[in-house]
Design a binder for this molecule. Structure first.
Ligand SMILES: Nc1nc2c(ncn2[C@@H]2O[C@H](COP(=O)(O)OP(=O)(O)OP(=O)(O)O)[C@@H](O)[C@H]2O)c(=O)[nH]1
Length: 295
């Protein structure tokens, strides 16, 4: 059998399920997810080593229409720049609707002149199974992409077939990474992301978009990980919400985050969280760079 290896970019508008799919394909939670758009802020390298090849996935933040704030510009830049140097672009769409943002993503992927594949996600939400084939045909026509694969990232439907099709689209070659390596991101990066995931899940409106997590201490000892982190927010009232009466809300966030961290690191975790205010950190390029959002 031929051995194949290559880089694959997962692109799509916010909330189509890119992170859920990446986690599904890797069989492990690497990318944080939530029902709110714009959860993903960094691209993550997820490495899937198979018997007959290696697929290196690059998850991208959803491409945004509003490129006005420094954060949104950063997200758009990250999403576009990963297209350079990949072998295949997998564009993910939601089976339930096609939006202007999908259109924008489509234009960008066509501009890349790379081999394309269209993945239609969330087919578990289709009311009638008979609607699937006509939907795939119309999406293929609309996008001009020949290979169209329906899946449910949430329940795993057809994801093995997707994996196989992706692998067959990659060039022949040797693995890029060691067999047991699953990502190129350091552990402390995942610690910050898992804490941020709790904030995104527990709070609504603008708060999750105004919060970022900075790891202050990341100390790995034989049987325990000691982690201290600062949650930066943009306004004093946001700090009040996150901390809660007598610190109760923050305690609950920390408890949930600690459970996720223990699962991820397969170890006991001691977690301390602080909340601090830094006005307009997401609009300011210098703060963004310091907090890890840099090219
Ligand atoms: N019903 C259903 N929901 C799904 C499926 N895949 C993902 N979702 C849900 O869609 C929402 C968004 O999923 P994410 O994986 O965070 O989406 P994303 O594209 O990474 O989003 P951004 O971080 O905004 O770029 C979450 O609530 C998921 O649980 C699916 O196959 N079926």
């Amino acid at each position: 059998m031929k051995h194949r290896a290559g880089h694959v970019a997962l692109v799509g508008r916010p909330n189509v399920g890119k992170s859920t799919l990446l986690n599904r394909l890797l069989g492990q939670k690497l990318a944080i997810t939530s029902h709110k758009p714009q959860t993903t802020r960094h691209s993550i390298l997820g490495i899937n080593t198979l018997d007959d090849g290696q697929i290196v996935y690059i998850d991208t933040p959803g491409i945004h229409q509003r490129g006005d704030k420094a954060m949104n510009r950063y997200l758009n830049r990250t999403a576009t720049s990963v297209l350079a140097g990949v072998d295949l672009v997998v564009m993910l769409v939601d089976s339930s609707n096609w939006t202007d943002e999908d259109e924008m993503v489509l234009q960008r992927v066509h501009r890349s002149k790379l081999p394309l594949m269209l993945v239609v996600n969330k087919i578990d939400t289709l009311k009638q199974r008979e609607d699937l084939l006509p939907l795939l045909a119309s999406l293929s026509e609309k996008t001009g992409i020949e290979t169209v694969i329906p899946i449910s990232a949430r329940n795993g439907d057809n994801c093995d077939h997707l994996e196989d099709t992706i692998l067959q689209a990659l060039p022949e070659g040797d693995n890029f990474y060691a067999e047991d390596q699953i990502t190129d991101r350091p552990e402390r990066f995942f610690a910050a992301e898992l804490i941020r995931e709790q904030i995104t899940r527990r709070y609504h409106k603008e708060l999750p978009y105004s919060a970022t997590v900075e790891i202050e201490e990341f100390d790995v000892q034989p049987h325990i990980y000691r982690i201290s982190a600062i949650i930066w927010v943009e306004r004093q009232n946001q700090k009040g919400i996150l901390v809660g009466k007598g610190g109760q809300a923050l305690k609950e966030t920390a408890t949930e985050a600690r459970k996720e961290l223990q699962k991820f690191f397969q170890n006991k975790v001691y977690l301390r969280l602080w909340v601090k205010v830094k006005k307009s950190w997401s609009a300011d390029q210098a703060s963004l760079s310091r907090l890890g959002y840099s090219d």
